[in-house]
Design a protein around this ligand. Structure first.
Ligand SMILES: CSC[C@H]1O[C@H](OP(=O)(O)O)[C@H](O)[C@@H]1O
Ligand SMILES: Nc1ncnc2[nH]cnc12
Length: 293
């Protein structure tokens, strides 16, 4: 399978410099409205598809993003490997603003988001034991190393509902729980990518110390955006190197993110709702077409 690299830009990242042969296309999805038109292009030999998660001009709050439409649209665009660039707060003194963290675990504390493509009419359960593709993460780390960009490998990203930042008590409890960074967007994004058999990884860009730190009173959006802007060049270099060095063929994922639906669908073929199956054409086409045969 040909590799297509998807990039989701988070807060402050509304375009991707260096995309050649750029074209934009609004992909329609049966799941809803994607955050923006997809931007298709090439970096070196690699096909790249870019989507700004909050839409151009940051129109969408974390809880208003249609994560299902975004992932479905990226799947329709042929994306096999998806990298999220996300601003986050830090729970570690050793992860200061400006540091990139390649997280490998997520905790979902969101409360009012559609977090699955499956449900009544077609039930499926995929594994989220290892939500990040280790080989994709390895490639990001190698690209960072080649560019002289310091990254921290590993860590847990807790995803809160927002849009308000945490209270001090919440911040202290997340830190005590052992989480490393906090944001508002990587869940359900990572879950949906897994259901769509897209390999997912996050470059979490630390922008603040949340509000647990004795020397940092409270998070301010202006501080977050100042850090993102100061590090945007580094992020662009990292993505460009990742894309230039990306293999032409999608590499099989060691945690089977690209085969997540292989044994996941519970509903027997004769009990499946044809209307739901029609919506699942892109996300689950690989396995559903086989079952129909
Ligand atoms: C602007 S601060 C809060 C905002 O930033 C992060 O977004 P993203 O993950 O898309 O970079 C955080 O999750 C909040 O949505
Ligand atoms: N402290 C924080 N909490 C939640 N989301 C964030 N995004 C950036 N900083 C954040």
């Amino acid at each position: 399978m040909k590799a297509v690299l998807g990039i989701i830009g988070g807060s402050g990242v509304y375009d991707l410099p260096g995309l050649e042969d750029l074209r934009e296309e609004r992909i329609t999805s049966p799941w809803g409205e994607p955050s923006d038109a997809l931007r298709f292009g090439r970096i070196g030999p690699t096909e790249v598809v870019f989507l700004p998660r909050h839409g151009r001009g940051h129109r969408l709050a974390p809880g208003d993003i249609d994560y299902r439409a975004n992932i479905d649209a990226l799947k329709r665009a042929g994306v096999t490997d998806l990298v999220s660039i996300s601003a986050c707060g830090s729970y570690r003194e050793s992860l200061p603003p400006g540091r990139f963290v390649l997280v490998d675990q997520f905790v979902d504390r969101t409360t009012r988001r559609e977090s699955s493509f499956f449900g009544a009419g077609c039930v499926a359960h995929v594994s989220m034991a290892h939500p990040v593709g280790p080989r994709l993460q390895e490639r990001i780390a190698a690209a960072a190393h080649a560019e002289g960009i310091e990254v921290h490998r590993g860590g847990t990203y807790v995803c809160m509902e927002g849009p308000q930042f945490s209270s001090r008590a919440e911040s202290l409890s997340y830190r005590a729980a052992g989480y490393d960074v906090i944001g508002m967007t990587n869940m359900p994004e990572a879950k949906l990518a897994r259901e769509a058999e897209i390999t997912y990884a996050t470059i979490a860009m630390v922008t603040d110390y949340d509000c647990w730190h004795p020397d940092h009173e409270a998070v301010e959006v202006s501080d977050v955006i100042a850090v993102v802007k100061a590090n945007a060049g580094k992020a662009a270099r990292l993505v460009a190197r990742l894309a230039r060095d990306f293999p032409a063929e999608h590499e099989p994922c060691p945690v089977k993110s690209d085969r997540a639906l292989e044994h996941a669908i519970m509903t027997s073929p004769d009990a499946r709702d044809p209307a739901i199956l029609a919506k699942l054409d892109a996300v689950a086409g690989r396995v559903l077409s086989r079952h129909r045969a």
